[in-house]
Design a binder for this molecule. Structure first.
Ligand SMILES: *[C@@H]1O[C@H](CO)[C@@H](O)[C@H](O)[C@H]1NC(C)=O
Ligand SMILES: *[C@@H]1O[C@H](CO)[C@@H](O)[C@H](O)[C@H]1NC(C)=O
Ligand SMILES: *[C@@H]1O[C@H](CO)[C@@H](O)[C@H](O)[C@H]1NC(C)=O
Ligand SMILES: *[C@@H]1O[C@H](CO)[C@@H](O)[C@H](O)[C@H]1NC(C)=O
Length: 626
């Protein structure tokens, strides 16, 4: 392995590149915002376009209805009324801002007759200028045509993301290559001679870990010794999930795909929490096995598990109830569920379950023939039975619990969805259970369903019922941990099992969702933590491990830099990023608050800072363990 100095330089390079990236993206002259004229009656916000509706019909007032095409079974909303044209050849014009995040449906009705004039679907582009001409066609007076014309082209709002992604990818490749090169002895000697004369490098070396200090243990080290079962790929995966989580929690450049899906479906933001839960499951098993092997009593371990879960839940409640924007809180308005609470509850159930059935010395297959090839599953049949029963409870409550005023087994968002028939049924049984047991005021007040579906009731995405499925998710993570441990000297065996699990769970997801967003038996849904969401995300997780394990642990082609470091200090990074979210330098006043580019730079810099903080703490051997 290369020395710690190389890693220091790599990270310094990373941060430098982050600032270069911000400078490049912030360079003046390439502002994507059109010069907002003084005469303009309408200030366009982020993700909006200007639509001018020209009504050339004499004697017909128009009502324009609108909604997103991805809003499933949604009522259309009145966008604007356009009065009749006063004189022939003098159209009446109305200007409106339309959202550009998704495709739009526009329906134009004759106001008086409530008759449809025309209907069109179109994807507007950010800061574009469009005109919609409503007029009689030249040949027939009864025929009405609606023509959409682009006056000014929209900006490419995804360009900053593409640039940032490419820069990030190039950086990781370059840094990995440098590390690889630096691990070749001669080259390292040469480069350290060339670099060490510089003062800055000396500073970085002495501050962030001196070369004399032992480097990270080689990937093979854990195989020889029985005790430490820490796998770099597991920490790297956790770090990737955590880094993405920090980025999306900080706003993700205000792009819709870095925010949670409004109801059914998956966005980048919906990926990270389940992965985190999955990896927690793997770590529970790996660390518990090594603690038991060292002779710790089960009873003491149980006390420790209970204490940790309690701490996680307490810290979680503190974190989800910040004071700064709404003024001091009272107990009546305290939110109870949350991410860390969910983690604490899941951790408790899964860890106790594993502890109950744990054998002090796990059976380990040393060769393919020495043990049954399904050992990872057969050895844990009692746990599987419990998990299947728990899942039965989820299915029974979700589909058979009568909810007053709502259809039984309702999985929709309520609000405008389902043609507005069940406005207060958001989340069906899951929402009802939370409102009943915890009360409206102790739940999350701004669920993502409010964005598309205009829901008004409180709904908590980390509610009680969904915890069952996060337990299932963590248990699938335990399964991955078992595979890694039981077959630890058979790389091929591990990879085959990961691939099999990934495919198996993938097939279940396809069957449950009928490979569609909204039409399936159980759609993929982050707000409900539906079982198809769990199977889909755990399928992805197995495939990610299928790549990470050989690359990071077996071959050592990638050390997991920079994600490895936050992965080693996840509680600290999670709590820190939540608490310091509104402090400088994680947030500052933007020149143009409506620019995706500026938000993206801010969020990337804030995320990079947390990675750097995690790196510094790693080098100083500071870890927040609870
Ligand atoms: C259209 O609206 C205007 C004012 O709102 C009203 O005076 C006019 O009668 C309406 N025209 C029709 C055809 O309904
Ligand atoms: C518009 O016209 C259509 C067709 O005539 C009608 O079904 C609908 O109820 C009207 N209103 C809205 C909001 O679509
Ligand atoms: C949009 O385009 C129309 C037609 O070309 C033009 O009259 C109007 O000024 C433009 N609006 C803005 C805000 O650029
Ligand atoms: C939904 O809840 C709101 C506020 O709590 C209430 O005003 C409304 O009448 C309810 N709607 C239905 C259909 O129950």
């Amino acid at each position: 392995m290369s020395g710690t100095g190389a890693a220091g330089r790599a990270l310094a390079a990373l941060l430098l590149a982050a600032s270069v990236l911000s400078a490049a993206l912030l360079a003046p002259g390439s502002s994507p915002t059109p010069d907002l004229g003084k005469k303009r009656p309408l200030e366009l916000k982020m993700d909006q376009a200007l639509l001018l509706i020209h009504n050339e019909l004499p004697g017909t007032n128009l009502t324009i209805y609108w909604n997103f095409d991805c809003c499933y079974h949604c009522l259309l909303q009145v966008l604007v009324d356009v009065s009749q044209s006063r004189k022939p050849g003098e159209p009446s014009i109305e200007a409106v801002a339309v959202s550009t995040q998704h495709g739009s449906i526009l329906q134009l009705n004759d106001t008086a007759a409530e008759k449809q004039v025309c209907r069109l679907e179109y994807k507007f582009g950010e800061f574009g200028n469009y005109s919609l001409f409503v007029k009689h066609t030249h040949d027939g007076v009864s025929e009405i045509a609606c023509d959409l014309v682009v006056n000014e082209k929209p900006v490419d709002s995804n360009l900053p993301v593409s640039i940032a992604f490419l820069v990030g990818l190039v950086l990781i490749i370059v840094v990995s290559f440098l590390r690889f090169a630096l691990s070749l002895e001669d080259f390292r000697d040469w480069i350290s001679k060339a670099i060490n004369s510089q003062e800055t490098d000396g500073l970085i070396n002495s501050e962030l870990g001196s070369p004399s200090r032992a480097g990270d243990p080689p990937p093979e080290a854990w195989r020889q010794s029985a005790a430490p079962l820490r796998l770099r790929s597991v920490d790297t995966f956790r770090g990737i999930a955590l880094t993405l989580m920090v980025f999306v929690n900080y706003g993700g450049g205000r792009y819709w795909y870095f925010k949670h899906a409004s109801w059914n479906g998956l966005t980048v933001a919906d990926l990270v929490f389940p992965w985190f839960v999955f990896i927690m499951g793997s770590s529970i098993f790996l660390s518990m096995t090594s603690v038991l092997q060292r002779g710790c009593s089960k009873f003491r371990l149980l006390g420790k598990i209970a204490w940790r879960s309690f701490l996680l839940i307490c810290i979680g409640i503190v974190i989800v109830n910040p004071n700064y924007c709404l003024g001091p809180l009272s107990w009546e308005k305290t939110r109870i569920p949350g991410v860390l609470q969910r983690l604490g509850g899941t951790y408790f159930v899964v860890a106790v379950l594993e502890l109950l059935f744990a054998k002090p010395v796990p059976e380990i297959c040393t060769s393919e023939r020495s043990c049954f090839s399904l050992l990872d599953i057969t050895s844990s049949w009692p746990q599987w039975l419990f998990i299947l029963m728990l899942e039965g409870v989820w299915l029974a409550l979700t589909f058979f619990l009568p909810v007053p005023g709502c259809p039984t087994g309702y999985l929709g968002p309520g609000g405008l969805g389902d043609w507005g028939k069940y406005p207060n049924c958001t989340g069906g049984a899951a929402g009802y259970i939370d409102r009943l047991l915890l009360g409206d005021h102790h739940l999350y007040q701004h669920p993502s369903s409010a964005v598309l579906y205009h829901t008004e009731v409180a709904y908590d995405p980390e509610g009680i019922l969904g915890t069952i499925n996060s337990i299932v998710m963590a248990f699938l993570g335990v399964q991955a941990g078992k595979i890694l441990l039981y077959y630890k000297d058979q790389t091929k065996g591990i990879l085959i099992r990961f691939a099999t699990w990934g495919c198996f769970l993938g097939f279940i997801s396809v069957a449950l969702t009928k490979a569609s967003e909204n039409e399936g038996f159980i759609p993929v849904n982050k707000n409900l933590w539906s079982i198809s969401y769990v199977t889909t995300l755990s399928s992805f997780a197995f495939f990610i491990l299928l790549v990470l394990y050989p690359v990071v642990d077996v071959k050592g082609l990638w050390t997991g830099t920079p994600f490895f470091y936050p992965g080693m200090n996840s509680i600290l990074v999670y709590v820190g990023h939540e608490v310091f979210a509104s402090y400088f330098p994680f947030q500052w006043r933007l020149g143009n608050n409506q620019s995706h580019r500026e938000h993206l730079v801010q969020n990337i810099v804030a995320t990079a800072l947390w990675v750097l903080i995690a790196y510094v703490l790693y080098k100083k051997k500071v870890f927040w363990k609870i």
